[in-house]
Design a protein around this ligand. Structure first.
Ligand SMILES: [Zn+2]
Length: 328
């Protein structure tokens, strides 16, 4: 029987790690982090699991590795990374969508399905979550007969994403800075990744779109609807969401192999929308990003411009007693 996988897709800095952490608190769901980086950062570099232990020392991942491959090894990581380079690239998406599969694709997806199957067995969970994000990997996995794939496509206002990619953030795994992109590059990647997930849906993939802004406005309702659409029986107020109360989620430790620094968070997490881009992203960069991304922004319901400043709008919404839906 195919292993049930929820793949969280979208451009980085869109709230994918947050959504994985929330889904991972639902009974019967096991969050694995960004499995696409397991081979290099986990096996290769020994970066820490979400539990804080080095990947190779984490008891959970050791059990998964033994069950899946008889144990992790540098040779295994090298083989998967070689295949990844050959088949899992954004530029191969048109060929994948046209079912022109490259040699090595089945071996590549088999490595992932073994990880998923082993993790499901070790955790006794019926669903595993992979927050690898990349559309190209979702296309690859969608070809596997032993992976029952559902993609949750996370979308966030590209101006907010562009601001986030400009920020200086240190990776807790190794103390080095996270990759930074200029707004132009972020906007291009935002368009390409989101178009790719639209294409996957048109090619028959199961793709459910979630806007970061909607999730933050009403986390319980959005998660409840998402769980119901995933067939995981969620509805607001049900036991599936017992870890949530208004504006707060109680997170337990999660054995995530890679991802945003939020994967290390445990305890109470305030669910509040990060709108710092409104104050710090320059007008020039807002227009640049909007000029590149506007067709999809319109499709996803983002307003393109507003003459007033964000502070004025925010105060108007607060005065009206209405949660701010947009900030421009
Ligand atoms: Zn761990």
């Amino acid at each position: 029987m195919a292993v049930r996988v929820v793949f969280i897709g979208g451009l980085g800095r869109s709230g994918t790690t947050l959504l994985e952490r929330l889904l991972g608190e639902v009974p019967g769901v096991a969050p694995l982090g960004e499995v696409v980086h397991l081979w290099e950062r986990g096996i290769g570099a020994g970066e820490p699991c979400g539990c804080g232990e080095p990947f190779t020392a984490c008891a959970f991942w050791r059990r998964v590795g033994i069950r899946a491959f008889g144990g992790w090894s540098p040779g295994l990581a090298d083989r998967v990374l070689t295949l990844r380079h050959r088949v899992d690239r954004t530029r191969h998406i048109p060929a994948l969508a046209a079912h022109r599969h490259k040699v090595g694709l089945s071996g590549y997806t088999r490595a992932y399905s073994r990880v998923y199957e082993a993790a499901a067995q070790v955790t006794s969970c019926r669903v595993v979550v992979d927050s690898s994000k990349h559309a190209s990997l979702a296309f690859c996995l969608n070809t596997s007969p032993v992976v029952d794939l559902s993609v949750v496509h996370v979308v966030r206002d590209p101006r907010a994403v562009a601001y986030s990619w400009r920020r200086r953030v240190t990776r807790p795994e190794n103390g080095r800075p996270m990759t930074r992109w200029r707004p132009f590059r972020t906007a291009v990647h935002w368009v390409v990744q989101n178009l790719a997930f639209e294409l996957l849906a048109r090619r028959g993939g199961t793709v459910i779109r979630v806007r970061y802004e909607d999730l933050m406005a009403d986390p319980g309702a959005v998660l409840g609807t998402l769980l119901a659409r995933l067939g995981l029986g969620g509805h607001a107020g049900g036991t599936a969401l017992a870890f949530m109360r208004p504006g707060v989620a109680e997170l337990s430790m999660a054995h995530t192999c890679a991802g945003n620094p939020m994967r290390f968070t445990a305890g109470s997490l305030a669910l509040s929308r990060d709108d710092s881009w409104c104050r710090h992203l320059s007008r020039r960069h807002r227009w640049l990003v909007t000029a590149l991304a506007w067709p999809l922004m319109v499709q996803y319901g983002y307003r393109l411009r507003d003459q007033r400043g964000p502070e004025e709008i925010a105060s108007r919404w607060v005065t009206a007693g209405v949660a701010a839906q947009e900030c421009r």
